[in-house]
Write a protein that binds this ligand. Structure first.
Ligand SMILES: Cc1cc2nc3c(=O)[nH]c(=O)nc-3n(C[C@H](O)[C@H](O)[C@H](O)COP(=O)(O)O)c2cc1C
Length: 378
């Protein structure tokens, strides 16, 4: 049985371990471009041993960004910054992964530390938000939503394909579609946001048409040797929203559209949630392992997996295939090295580049000289 540090091969890509830095929006872009900040952020995580390193969600259209400061992949001018990101990740031994998305009716926001308010369509930094139906999310997202026409949906799928081509040109080797967190893909799936009466609404099959067409558009241009995955909003935790049983069926329906792995997360199509499990350790694991068992597709998940023993056990017990770390990756760029020491792996510093691994292995006296407490006994 593999453990957290076993390699994972999917299609033509092998990760050195089962640890991924989860996508995290940083509000640090100008004109949607990645810059030195992103090279630092993702390069240091690859150098710290993460096998797979995700960009934040990259918007496939300008209006698909969460805020004006979010990154995008809708313009060829964005390829240069993205290429620098993929080059440093590869140089540090990681595999670069891209997350493509569209924030839908939750976009046109201020940065969280500027209050996070949604901006009106006529605000100089705001725009008209879109969704499957003209239903605002509610709460802070109160501006009218434009219900996409069928021609506009086709345009979005075209933008997905063009974004995937740019991702390939920039050197990414893993592509995840963001269909979670109340963004556009999540809202097409959820009856809370999607009340269309055409072929994109109503039945479960219709509410998944957007996803099938998006996956088909991307798979047509994304090489077979590279994994195509999706993050699915698998539960709205609301009786009128997506139920987890629907998500299991959905993964079964979507897998034949080129999916190699599914990353299970929550729907977040409403703030009105019957339960809020956010303080519970590894609360997505039961759901993710059910998909793995019943559908037979490799699965990943995130949410409160940041303790090394927990992350290791969900792999050892065969519950999931890949651990996604968000906040633990933000707080500790060397999380994999730390975890390897905590779990008494033989050569934790084998995870950092040889340029400094050599010194840490060979130029040693007192344990304190490397700035770590003594490693637990093997
Ligand atoms: C600052 C921040 C930004 C995030 N941005 C994204 C994003 O762009 N795309 C996404 O799918 N999830 C995003 N997430 C969610 C994380 O990828 C992850 O699923 C979540 O934080 C739970 O994992 P954790 O408990 O390890 O932090 C974000 C989370 C944080 C903390």
């Amino acid at each position: 049985m593999p453990d957290l540090f076993s390699p994972l091969t999917l299609k033509g890509v092998t990760l050195r371990n089962r640890i991924a830095m989860s996508p995290m929006t940083m509000y640090r872009s100008v004109d949607g471009c990645m810059n030195d900040f992103h090279i630092m952020l993702m390069g240091s995580r690859a150098a710290g041993g993460f096998g797979l390193v995700f960009t934040e969600q990259l918007a496939i259209t300008p209006g698909g960004r969460t805020s004006l400061s979010c990154a995008g992949i809708y313009d060829d001018a964005q390829i240069e910054g993205l290429s620098r990101v993929t080059a440093i990740i590869k140089d540090m031994g990681g595999v670069p992964a891209v997350q493509l998305g569209h924030t839908g009716r939750k976009s046109s926001e201020l940065k969280p530390w500027e209050g996070g308010a949604q901006l009106a369509p006529d605000h100089p930094h705001g725009w008209q938000v879109v969704g499957p139906s003209a239903i605002p999310f509610g709460g802070k997202y109160s501006y009218p939503v434009h219900a996409l026409t069928k021609a506009e949906i086709a345009g979005i799928h075209q933008s997905y394909a063009e974004a995937a081509k740019r991702a390939l040109a920039a050197g990414f080797e893993w592509l995840e579609m963001h269909f979670a967190h109340g963004y556009l893909g999540a809202s097409f799936f959820s009856p809370l946001a999607n009340q269309r009466t055409d072929e994109y609404g109503g039945s479960l099959e219709n509410r998944l048409r957007f996803h099938r067409e998006a996956l088909d558009a991307v798979r047509a241009v994304w090489p077979e040797r590279y994994p195509l995955t999706m993050r699915l909003g698998s539960d709205d935790l609301n009786p009128a929203g997506v139920q987890f049983d629907d998500a299991v069926t959905a993964v079964g329906m979507l897998r034949s559209h080129g999916l190699d792995l599914v990353d299970l997360s929550l729907g977040f199509n409403t703030d009105d949630m019957a339960e809020k499990p956010f303080n519970e350790m590894s609360f997505m694991i039961e759901r993710a392992s059910r998909v793995r068992r019943e559908i037979g597709l490799p699965v990943a998940t995130s949410w409160n997996l940041g303790l090394p023993q927990v992350a290791d056990s969900v792999i050892r017990e065969g519950l999931i295939d890949l651990v996604m770390l968000g906040r633990p990756a933000l707080s500790n760029p060397h999380w994999p090295v730390w975890a390897a020491r905590e779990l008494a792996q033989e050569d934790p510093f084998g995870l950092v580049p040889e340029d400094w691994a050599w010194w840490l292995r060979n130029f040693r006296a007192h344990d304190a000289c490397i700035g770590w407490p003594p490693a637990p006994e093997a």
